[in-house]
Structures are given as C-alpha cells and as structure tokens.
Design a protein around this ligand. Structure first.
Ligand SMILES: *[C@@H]1O[C@H](CO)[C@@H](O)[C@H](O)[C@H]1NC(C)=O
Ligand SMILES: *[C@@H]1O[C@H](CO)[C@@H](O)[C@H](O)[C@H]1NC(C)=O
Ligand SMILES: *[C@@H]1O[C@H](CO)[C@@H](O)[C@H](O)[C@H]1NC(C)=O
Ligand SMILES: *[C@@H]1O[C@H](CO)[C@@H](O)[C@H](O)[C@H]1NC(C)=O
Ligand SMILES: *[C@@H]1O[C@H](CO)[C@@H](O)[C@H](O)[C@H]1NC(C)=O
Length: 256
C-alpha cells in the first residue's frame, strides 16, 4: 500500500507528501472552479495606474478588474489570480426593489490586475467559509468608468428606479484565454509587469494557465519568487534577436 513505509527514505517522502497535502488543505485561499457565479461591483482607477499585480499601466486601456482577496490568493501585492482573464456576464441586480432583470445580456472579458482587500462585511468579504452579503464567495470589482468600456455597459431603467447605477450585480464568470479573448491580449504594451519595481513585488503573466512558469504564487505566503513577467517589450527592442537566438541555442547545449 502507498502508506506502507519500508525504509527511512520512503517514510520521509511520505511525511513530506502528507505535509504538502496538509499545507494545501490548510490554505486560507478560495479554491474556486473555472466557471461559476459571483458578484460584480465597480471602482475607479486612474488611467495608466499600476495596481497591486504590478501590471503595465497600459493594461488600463483595456477592461480590468480587482478580485476579492481570498480568491485573488494574497493579502498583499501579487497573487495567483494576477493576469487571469474572465468573461463576466451580468444576470441581475437585486439592490433595487423589485430586483432588476435586464432585457439584454451584457458580458465583458476582463484581466485581473488588482486586489480587492478583504473586509468585514463588504462585497469583498467572502472567505472559504463565509459568503458576501449577496451569498457569493467571489467578487469582481470592475475598473469602470473606463475608456475601454462603453458608458452604457450596465443596463438600467432610470425612469422606473430613479437612478442608473445599481452598484452591485449578480453575475456568472468563465475563465478564458487572455491572448484570444481579452481586448488587450495582442498588445505587448498592455501585457506583463513593470520593470521598475523589481521582480519580487510584481507578477502579471500575459496568460496564466496554472503552470508554475506562468502563474503567480501568493505574495502573502512568500512561498517562491514569481515567474519573470516583467515586460520584455522594451528589452526586446534593445537586444538584437540574433543574440537572443544564440543565447537560447547555447543554453540548450549547456543543458545537455
Ligand atoms: C461570454 O459570455 C457570453 C454569455 O454567456 C457569451 O455570449 C460570450 O460568447 C462569452 N465570451 C467569451 C469570450 O467566452
Ligand atoms: C422599466 O421598468 C418598468 C417596471 O418594471 C417597466 O414597465 C418598463 O418597461 C421598464 N423600462 C425599460 C426601458 O426597461
Ligand atoms: C443570481 O442569479 C441566479 C440565476 O439567475 C439566481 O438563481 C439567484 O437567485 C440570483 N441571486 C440574487 C442574489 O439575485
Ligand atoms: C511554461 O512551461 C510550458 C511547459 O514546459 C511551456 O510549454 C510554456 O511555453 C512555458 N510558458 C512560459 C510563459 O514560459
Ligand atoms: C529576481 O531577483 C532576485 C534577487 O534580486 C534574483 O536573484 C533573481 O535572479 C531574479 N529573478 C528573475 C527571474 O529575474
């Protein structure tokens, strides 16, 4: 049997595995499914702003959002959600009375560039065991108004409710490929993280897939350095591509 340790080495390996599983099980972060339900709020960030993940300022030219802390995966700086893209679809708003059910289906693909701090009672208060006030574990805080999003993105019925902005929406989310579906996915200047803050406090992969080399660790847990996501846009202009090829080839042989 797997747990039948025959010698010291096996026993050590076994204990190590048990420890690893224990650490995973004890993780405070929400292990959410790729697709699900959540809430959406909105907040303002200045044009060109470098938010918690350290993504390049030009990311703000495209739709971005902050994710609630316990799903974001860190209480500080970058987390595993940094750079991830989600297709967010508005279902209804329930802050109005009666709840508002739009007659149109509105969706938007965002890239996560920021952290929505955990609070006691707000929309970003969801934890592994506690839902936010509308019964969801996850909240996406959309950067809006934004030059990337039409001003009439949120459906409304002003003549009936007397106001346009419901503030919070019931939504569904789907994890999507950033390069294919995010509006900034083909714009090098909008991808990656800034260089001037060093590599230990920024991490903004172009398209995180969950692999160690393209997904940020939790900054809070200090478990490892992030993959290098500093934008190579400027660096590539400075280094002739033949040199890059020579370096790569030399590196390959060195590994043999
Ligand atoms: C986003 O979701 C909407 C509604 O389900 C769907 O029509 C649209 O195709 C989706 N977009 C992507 C890129 O998955
Ligand atoms: C606004 O809401 C009222 C009451 O539900 C409804 O009669 C009206 O058709 C709505 N108007 C629009 C533009 O949705
Ligand atoms: C959110 O939408 C789902 C699907 O339509 C619905 O079952 C649920 O009651 C809604 N939640 C709220 C708080 O409106
Ligand atoms: C990460 O590793 C996988 C498998 O080794 C590779 O296919 C992929 O290109 C790597 N991604 C990055 C961003 O380095
Ligand atoms: C990040 O910085 C550390 C210390 O400054 C350095 O040792 C490491 O090589 C850097 N890693 C990358 C991927 O640039």
């Amino acid at each position: 049997m797997f747990c039948n340790a025959h010698d010291g080495l096996m026993l050590s390996l076994y204990l190590l595995l048990c420890f690893a599983f224990q650490v995973l099980a004890d993780s405070p972060w929400i292990d959410y499914p790729a697709d699900g339900t959540a809430t959406m709020t909105h907040y303002t960030i200045p044009d060109g702003f470098v938010a918690a993940c350290g993504c390049n300022g030009d990311s703000t030219k495209y739709p971005t959002a902050a994710m609630s802390q316990m799903a974001y995966g860190s209480s500080n700086a970058f987390g595993p959600a940094c750079g991830k893209c989600f297709n967010l679809t508005l279902l209804n708003s329930y802050t109005g009375s009666p709840p508002f059910l739009p007659s149109v289906v509105k969706s938007i693909v965002i890239k996560v560039t920021d952290l929505c701090p955990l609070s006691e009672a707000g929309w970003c208060s969801g934890t592994k065991t506690k839902k936010n006030p509308s019964g969801q574990f996850i909240n996406f805080d959309l950067a809006y108004p934004s030059r990337a999003i039409p001003d009439d993105f949120f459906p409304s019925n002003e003549s009936y409710y007397g106001y346009k902005d419901f503030g919070v929406w019931n939504i569904t989310y789907q994890t999507v490929d950033c390069l294919k579906h995010w509006a900034g996915g083909r714009t090098p200047a909008a991808l990656g993280s800034v260089t001037n803050l060093g590599n230990e406090s920024v991490c903004c992969p172009a398209n995180p897939t969950g692999n160690l080399n393209d997904t940020c660790p939790s900054y809070s847990d200090h478990n490892r350095l992030p993959p290098d996501t500093m934008t190579s846009y400027a660096r590539m202009l400075a280094i002739p591509s033949t040199l890059v090829i020579i370096f790569v080839v030399a590196h390959l042989f060195q590994l043999e």
